[in-house]
Write a protein that binds this ligand. Structure first.
Ligand SMILES: Nc1ncnc2c1ncn2[C@@H]1O[C@H](COP(=O)(O)OP(=O)(O)OP(=O)(O)O)[C@@H](O)[C@H]1O
Length: 650
């Protein structure tokens, strides 16, 4: 007996995603089977783990396996596992909802690609997002899932045609685990829809995509039975068949096999299984340690960043096994957070099977593995940079901002990370530079690696701060990632050369100035001091100092911070995160060679109380803010002052 059938609507994002999948032009439709087998395998892993942890769990663990059942007449294919199964609520939450962050963004991009009839972009997107269970709808026009969670009595049937709603029904009886029955679309080889009731086809797909799955993937094969007795022949029963069960995969743990025997194709398929990504990895790292503490690891650097790389709560970390037994996915203790995009498997010899997430963080062996794995990953990236610069550039484009987080958190590897990093700079509008290359281009007399942080390259390049550096031919790094604002505060030097913001503190670009130059400079400072004092007074609410600048050549003024002040960009970021900060006053610097500044000095000399002085000071300050792409505190007042001033000049 079963309960009443309820119809539910898919959650909005899931519905959109499904529609896009149903009408997808993703050509490699075979991958649906990899996804279903992957899910089934995960479910068997989870069952083993749960029964290990909970001795009272009422579950059948006698013959864990995955079965592929075909019915050519009914045109169905069923993928069945006797794993952990799902409760009714889990079915609703996991199958009726896409619980992945970044889905909305993905759906938006996919719609855009489809609207532009950009088949390649659409396939790329589906590939990089991975649609898991929903990929069934690429080959089926109806999917029925029957599941019972281990330890529970009742089962659940879920069914959908992928068009907005799904049915749920409580079942009094259901086998433990999950079966997914696909009501297959008609075969259409032009559309890459093959006959998935054909055992040969299934055998081929499993060997290609799921060979290393650690559980048997079985199917029943029918072959003509040999005539065993005269009776058979006499009955004229020529169609007699014999059913044998065949295991389609080799089940060998890929990481335990010798590297030389593993093909690139096998690594790629394994990556897709552990990462749920459909694209190929950018780089594969297969490593092992022997001796007192043994482990084997196969790690992958993906070829693109997941949409949720910079959000909380995404999938993180690698899978942990102990002596081939799956212990946990998303093991975050094995790698630092900044390497959260690395996927793969680590199999440790000497850990307890019962190890908990909390205990792992304290475990000395885990810490040792952590250190070694980080070193290995960083050296792989380093090698990539020298051996295959194009792939390195892809790596840095996708994961650079995450790697820069390591400059803050991983002080042990800071030097290596600095060496690995690339930054946009004024040297080349297209290519980023390494710090080492920057240093090799430093001009005689240049003592610092100069940088400027801000929101965009265009803004930074047009910022007044950069003028004198450009005039001198000094290269400036243009740092526009939010994390740049933070790490530059911690990292003081690269290989002995200090890093220096060009928008902070005093700059002295006249390293080669002689005594005469210095004396002239001093004289000029004295000449300007009365004006500066007046302006300091006029602008005391807005700035903490007004002084002469040596960074300007064409602009009349700029605003800078003190050496240890936070930048306006960082201030904005903190505010956006809801942190209240006391307002940080900056410093107004004037270009003594600019005619406007010279006129100001003359006006002040003629009449120190001239009211035009204060207003001009305000305008100068506003202009300096606008020039660096900043915001005015009172734009209305600024515009009025400017209009009044322009009116008098006409
Ligand atoms: N055979 C199964 N047995 C138990 N739970 C399952 C099974 N298939 C799917 N699930 C549950 O449903 C969830 C969603 O599956 P789905 O394939 O859509 O996504 P995924 O495998 O988590 O990730 P991705 O979308 O990246 O492939 C799984 O994480 C799992 O919890």
């Amino acid at each position: 007996m079963s309960g009443k059938v309820e119809t539910h609507e898919f959650q909005a994002e899931s519905r959109q995603l499904l529609q896009l999948v149903v009408h997808s032009i993703y050509s490699n439709k075979d991958v649906f089977l990899r996804e279903l087998i992957s899910n089934a395998s995960d479910a068997l892993d989870k069952l083993r783990l749960e029964s290990l942890r909970d001795g009272d769990l009422d579950a059948d663990t006698s013959d864990p396996h995955i079965a592929l059942e075909t019915d050519p007449e009914a045109r169905t294919l069923t993928v069945r596992d006797n794993g952990i199964g799902m409760s009714r609520e889990e079915v609703k939450g996991l199958i009726g909802t896409i619980a992945k962050s970044g889905t909305a963004e993905f759906v938006r991009r996919l719609k855009e690609a489809n609207a532009n009839k950009d088949a390649a972009a659409s396939a790329d997107l589906i590939g990089s997002f991975g649609v898991g269970f929903y990929s069934s709808f690429m080959v089926a026009d109806k999917v029925t899932l029957v599941t019972r969670r281990a330890g529970e009595r009742k089962g659940t049937r879920w069914e959908s045609t992928g068009e907005g709603t799904y049915e749920l029904e409580a079942l009094d009886e259901a086998p433990q685990g999950t079966s997914v029955t696909l009501h297959l679309k008609p075969t259409d080889t032009e559309d890459h829809l093959y006959d998935y009731t054909d055992v040969n086809r299934l055998r081929q797909i499993v060997r290609r995509h799921s060979d290393f799955i650690p559980w048997p993937v079985r199917t029943t094969v029918e072959s003509p039975a040999p005539a065993t007795s005269a009776n058979d022949a006499e009955d004229g029963d020529t169609t007699a068949t014999e059913r044998t069960v065949e295991t389609l995969n080799s089940m060998k743990a890929l990481w335990a096999r010798p590297q030389s025997e593993i093909t690139e194709e096998e690594y790629k398929e394994f990556y897709k299984h552990v990462s749920h990504d459909w694209s190929d990895p950018l780089e594969t790292i297969h490593t092992r340690a022997e001796g007192t503490f043994e482990y084997q690891a196969v790690l992958f650097i993906p070829s693109h960043a997941p949409l949720d790389l910079y959000q909380q709560g995404g999938r993180r970390g690698v899978h942990l096994y102990v002596r081939r037994v799956f212990i946990m996915d998303d093991c975050t203790s094995l790698l630092p957070n900044y390497l959260r995009f690395v996927k793969g498997v680590v199999d440790a010899q000497d850990l307890s099977l019962n190890v908990s997430r909390e205990a792992l963080q304290q475990d000395r062996q885990i810490q040792l593995m952590h250190r070694r794995l980080v070193k290995k990953i960083l050296s792989t990236v380093k090698e990539l940079r020298t051996k295959d610069n194009e792939r390195y550039r892809t790596f840095w484009r996708e994961f650079g901002p995450a790697m820069k987080e390591g400059l803050l958190s991983d002080t042990d590897n800071r030097e290596t990370l600095l060496d690995l990093a690339s930054f946009p700079s004024t040297h080349d509008p297209e290519q980023q530079t390494s710090l080492r290359d920057y240093v090799s281009r430093m001009k005689d007399g240049q003592e610092h690696v100069y940088y400027l942080t801000g929101e965009s390259r265009a803004r930074l390049e047009n910022s007044p701060h950069i003028e004198a550096f450009r005039a001198k031919g000094y290269e400036v790094l243009l740092l526009t990632d939010p994390v740049d604002e933070v790490w530059v505060e911690q990292v003081r030097e690269f290989d002995g050369t200090p890093l220096r913001s060009i928008a902070k503190g005093q700059v002295d670009l006249d390293g080669d100035a002689d005594d005469k130059d210095r004396a002239e400079e001093k004289q000029r400072a004295d000449d300007f001091e009365p004006l500066l004092a007046r302006l300091r007074d006029a602008l005391s609410d807005d700035v903490k100092d007004v002084r002469l600048s040596s960074r300007l050549t064409t602009s009349p003024a700029c605003v800078v911070g003190d050496a240890h002040d936070i930048t306006p960009n960082l201030e904005k970021m903190y505010r956006a995160m809801g942190q209240e900060l006391p307002p940080v006053k900056r410093i107004l610097e004037l270009n003594p060679d600019h005619p406007l500044v010279a006129r100001l000095k003359d006006t002040h000399a003629a009449d120190a109380e001239d009211p035009a002085l204060a207003e001009t000071a305000e305008l100068l300050h506003g202009m300096a803010l606008l020039a660096e792409g900043g915001e005015l505190a009172d734009p209305t007042r600024f515009t009025r002052l400017l209009a009044d001033r322009l009116a008098t000049t006409l």
